[in-house]
Design a protein around this ligand. Sequence first.
Ligand SMILES: Cc1cc2nc3c(=O)[nH]c(=O)nc-3n(C[C@H](O)[C@H](O)[C@H](O)COP(=O)(O)OP(=O)(O)OC[C@H]3O[C@@H](n4cnc5c(N)ncnc54)[C@H](O)[C@@H]3O)c2cc1C
Ligand SMILES: NC(=O)c1ccc[n+]([C@@H]2O[C@H](COP(=O)([O-])OP(=O)(O)OC[C@H]3O[C@@H](n4cnc5c(N)ncnc54)[C@H](OP(=O)(O)O)[C@@H]3O)[C@@H](O)[C@H]2O)c1
Ligand SMILES: Cc1cc2nc3c(=O)[nH]c(=O)nc-3n(C[C@H](O)[C@H](O)[C@H](O)COP(=O)(O)O)c2cc1C
Length: 681
Amino acid sequence: MSAHVILAASVAWFKEKAPPLPPSPPPPSIDVLSVLVAMLLVLLIALIFRRGGSAAAPTTASSTALPTASKAVHNYPRGPLLISWGSQTGTAEQFGNDLAREARQRGYDARSVDLEELVPEELASQIAPVVFLMSTHGEGEPTDNAIPFYTWANDTIRDAQELASLRFAVFALGNTQYEHFCFMGKWAQRRLLELGATPVHELGLGNDDQDLQADFEAWREGLWPALSAAIKGGTEGAAEGSEAAVAFEASFRCRWLPGAVAAPTLPSSSFEWLCRAFPKQTLYECRVEANLELTNPELTNLKGGSVRHIELACNCTERGRAAGQLRYAAADDLGVCCDNGHALAERTARALGLSLNASFEMLATARGAGMAPPLPSPCTLEHALRYYADVRAPAPKPLLKLLAAHTVDAAHARRLEHLASAAGKEEYTQWIVVEGRGLLELLEENPSCRPPLGAVLELVPKLSPRYYTISSSPIPSKGARVAMTVKVLREPRQGAETRLKEGVCSTQLGALALGQRVVVFVRASAFRLPRDPATPVLMVGPGTGIAPFRAFVQELSEARRTGETRLYFGCRHAAVDFLYADELRAAECAGILTKLRTAFSRDGPTKVYVQQRLREDGALVYGLLEQGAHVYLCGGTGMGREVVSVLAEILGTHGKLTHAQASEYLKRMTSQGRLVQELWS
Ligand SMILES: Cc1cc2nc3c(=O)[nH]c(=O)nc-3n(C[C@H](O)[C@H](O)[C@H](O)COP(=O)(O)OP(=O)(O)OC[C@H]3O[C@@H](n4cnc5c(N)ncnc54)[C@H](O)[C@@H]3O)c2cc1C
Ligand SMILES: NC(=O)c1ccc[n+]([C@@H]2O[C@H](COP(=O)([O-])OP(=O)(O)OC[C@H]3O[C@@H](n4cnc5c(N)ncnc54)[C@H](OP(=O)(O)O)[C@@H]3O)[C@@H](O)[C@H]2O)c1
Ligand SMILES: Cc1cc2nc3c(=O)[nH]c(=O)nc-3n(C[C@H](O)[C@H](O)[C@H](O)COP(=O)(O)O)c2cc1C
């Protein structure tokens, strides 16, 4: 059955009242129990002998627990609740799963569902209130998995009262660094209202530039009473209270597998495991062909971070095939699957009191009945701790509560409980978020903590793929290689300068040796050169924002243009971080670039940025815009915002447009695909 069909079935199921769950099975008789205990002992002894007497299996009592009869069969007096998320990098998905977990504990039969798998036609007959968690990507655009819903809801054939019976709430995830803050959440709220649906709670806006988690928590505190009031006759059951007052109850537990039994069903490689973990992506396992430092190695450490030029072989292993071929277009995005690495996974296993080569399957508890496990199961602990658990990401509060509940040391337990409580809000922000403490560090700081693995995997942040703009064209290598330009994030933490921030994926990529493999997928980007060779092209990409333009330069060298091709590049020092300086200068000499404009921000007495160069070239830039130039921006959000504002200024100064006319002009360019931005913060 396809995921779509499964979901269609589950959504349809919500249209009926939740069926009564079967009664608890009677407790096993003493004889059955003895047999079970004896079997368990035999199994454990066999396992210890098999591994030469070493504690290869988990060493904690809680995590070795084999299946036990569920303590209680839960019912859900508040009825069904559907939570659906539009998410690109996993935050809304994680919020959705957390919300569903809390909702179930509050007495809702809640499901957390990928927006792509929601059948919009069924919303009209949906009896469950639906909570939409909507992230915005691109420039005020839907996430990939929100596109079907967006397209459906925006279709002009929709009737004004089409969703008259739907009750909903929307939380928008966004970042004020972007021009169209929380666009998708605001759109969903407006569009659902236009289609006649009834809001049960006010629109929530979460700002990733500040404290997104806190925004979400504040909104969710108001959601429960609002939902409760909206559900007539369903107010008995779990009492309302703050999130902190709701005790965590695991939806999954792990059953440890003896290696020989597990072997046939376990993924045979990490690549196969990742293919199971990311079923929607066509994954490729590619060999590293080059990993070069792009900054001046003698000065890099003194003046800034390392930037790596990484090339991968396109001739690779492809999902489902031994010999595959990664195909891409210049300046597409490459999604990279993160790997914590063996050493970090080993440390985490040790801190959990487990053995890295143990394997397990995840079983739903009564609370999680009907839910899919959060990661492919069965699974080795190494796969879970290398490719699934982000053990360094700030620990969410439910995880802190879990750790507190499994800590023997009373002082440590109290501290963790406090951090997870409403009273500990400020300390949580400082100690966990700003100072960046994740699962691994908290476990190592607190050796008396032995949480059960199933619950840990349910609550730990998930490693999500990171995107890198492809900095090559397939043409020069005849499709043999694909390149990335990666800034290795390694710097003092903002707000906690004595602690180091090391990026998960960029560090992994920076350290790759030739011949090692990395798992990636391709995502089409909006960067495409105009078809007409006479159309002028303006490229603005300081720092790693140069990536798509290196790819464009390679394309341009194959198919010459008659129109102007100008590149604006900025970095700190000409002698340190002028990425691809030789290639770019050579392209200018050869006329591939009609002009290479540079802005070295820290070489002179005052900072010079690319937007200053654009301003200096204002008259020429205006002329090119009027000739129908395509403008491409790539790099930091701050730079993007300021460059757009300078373009508006140029339209005012040289085109005599008012502020409103200039912004209308730029909007038109965007909608015509003539102003394309790929920005990240
Ligand atoms: C479409 C797209 C294209 C991209 N293209 C490129 C590219 O071509 N090249 C490139 O290098 N990157 C690119 N990025 C960024 C890249 O995807 C990753 O975000 C980046 O490499 C960091 O990932 P990481 O896993 O190393 O860091 P993570 O472990 O994910 O850490 C990053 C997080 O740390 C925060 N952070 C950063 N610095 C600090 C600090 N000093 N203190 C505290 N927190 C901090 C950031 O705000 C961010 O939330 C792109 C992003 C997108 C969305
Ligand atoms: N998600 C991540 O963790 C991640 C990873 C990589 C990059 N980034 C972000 O991506 C952006 C580019 O990073 P990078 O390391 O490639 O470049 P970078 O080396 O930080 O910056 C390149 C050049 O851009 C300048 N610059 C800074 N602010 C600017 C602005 N508002 N307008 C125009 N130019 C500006 C810099 O000047 P000064 O430094 O002298 O001010 C420098 O000269 C940054 O915003 C960075 O934070 C984020
Ligand atoms: C490439 C990119 C583009 C983004 N564009 C916007 C935007 O236009 N408006 C906005 O409010 N937030 C924007 N954001 C911020 C995200 O919406 C925010 O970080 C959110 O928490 C991501 O959620 P997700 O992990 O569920 O995808 C953007 C983020 C990225 C990485």
